[in-house]
Structures are given as C-alpha cells and as structure tokens.
Design a protein around this ligand. Sequence first.
Ligand code: ATP
Length: 274
Amino acid sequence: PKQRKSHEVPTMEKKFTDIGGQERAKQELKEAIDFLKQDKEADHYGIRPLKGILLTGPPGTGKTLMAKAAANYAEAAFVAASGSEFVEMYVGVGASRIRNLFKEVKTLTAEKNLDRGVIFIDEIDAIGGKREGQQQKEYDQTLNQLLTEMDGMLTSDSPRILIIAATNRKDMLDQALLRPGRFDRHIQVDLPDKNGRKQILDIHFENKPLAEDVDLETVAIDSYGFSGAQLESVANEAAIYAFRVKNPTITSTHISTAIDKVMMGEQTDRESTE
Ligand code: ATP
C-alpha cells in the first residue's frame, strides 16, 4: 500500500455544517477563504496577501474542525501538525520539520491536482511562545524558519499556501508572529452559547437512538459552560450507558449521568494539575 506522509490527514473531510454554533467564527473564516480564492484580483489592487489566520479560544471549541472545514471550503490540500511536536532536544530538528511541512503540502497539492494548500498548526504557542533558558535557541530556529517560510510565500506562487494556527494562549505569542503579513487575521472561537450547544448536541446525537423523552434543548441548558469536545463526550458516554444496560434507546437518565461524569472528569483533571 502507498505510504502516507506523516502530516497528511486521511479521509476526515469536514464541512462547516459539521460545526455546531460558532456562527461568527465560521462566517469570518469563510470570508477569509473567499478572499483567498480571489487573491490574484486582490493582488491587482496591491492588497497584502492573506498568509496566516490565527484561531484563538479555549480547548475543545472546534478550532481543528474549523481549520479542516476551511481547507475543504478552499478546495485545498490539508496538512496538520501540532506545535508541541516541534519542540525537540536537538537544535535544528524543529526548523527542518517546518521545512518538511511546507514540502509536504506542496507535494500533496500536486498529487491531488489542487491550486491551494492549507497548513494547520495547533498549539502554535509551543513554537512561538515566550520562553526562557536553554530551549530558547531551538525555539528561535523553529520560529525563524516558520517566519522565513511565511515571508517567502507569494501570491504568484503555485500552490498558494495558507497557514491556520490555533492557540489557547494568544497573550503568550511572540509579537513577530502577529506582525502584518504573518498571522494578522485573528478569529475568536468561544465556548458555545445555549443555541450553539443545542446544535452541537444535534450533530453528535444524530446517528444515535434517542428515547422519546429526551429533549436536547433541555440538555443544552443543563450543559452550561461545556465545550464542543465535552458535548461530544456527553453523547458518547450516554450511548455507552445505554449499551451497557442493553437499553434499546438512550434515555434522559443516561444523558444526565453522562453530564455528571464529564463534569466530574473536568474537576479531577483540574485537581491533578493544581
Ligand atoms: P484544542 O484546543 O484542545 O486542540 P480544538 O478547539 O481544536 O481543541 P477540536 O479538536 O476541533 O477542538 O474539537 C474536538 C472534538 O470536539 C471535535 O472532533 C468534535 O467532535 C467536538 N467539537 C468541538 N467543537 C465542536 C463544534 N463546534 N461542533 C461540533 N463538534 C465539536
């Protein structure tokens, strides 16, 4: 079988309709991609090309989903990496990984016969965060390589590349990353409100056998403060409870138990890091 490149993401295409809530963020991202699709025209007006979009917000709110949906909407090849994998002991490794990431997206774009490629870097703060001491040198090289690659990207280049990065800690980022022409467009991805939670629950319960008594509107109220990732867990845990007792459907009791479990899980996580 054909060997897959390390960062290529297999058949997990996502669309904006797979993302519940986040209306404003989805809209902003779509507009950015529409702009990217017309970059030759924008170039004519001397408009600075869009190279980097920064998604900011708490964990589990769908930033990765957004990046995938954006790539799909842009009809672009998609490669992804996490900032934490660039942090290595040996000087130079991080920088060469950055170079490889750009090579990979170009190769994949050519293979798929596309004009555009999207590179997604999760936890960008691991590369471009403020840091001290011995890690500084390696970190500088990795960050500099990323900046060099970004500065070298031109609208006339084929394929056109867009970098989408995500962070929970925008305040931690090196200012060099945020300069015009780099990650100069920021989209905030917040925790979902009640309507958003309802939409996310609809998505994750769609293919599950819900009992008649379940009202997802009420579940959305009961799950105040939950992220999309937590709501996905609620749906999965509730299904597991129903499965365990061999109940043909998922009842509101299963869902309440799942909500408690996800909430408790959060607390245990927090306690162990305190
Ligand atoms: P992190 O900051 O921890 O990397 P993230 O913001 O990138 O998190 P995702 O990885 O996109 O979050 O979300 C994790 C999972 O949670 C998704 O695969 C999906 O199942 C669910 N999820 C999160 N947000 C949403 C949403 N808005 N709509 C539907 N599902 C969601």
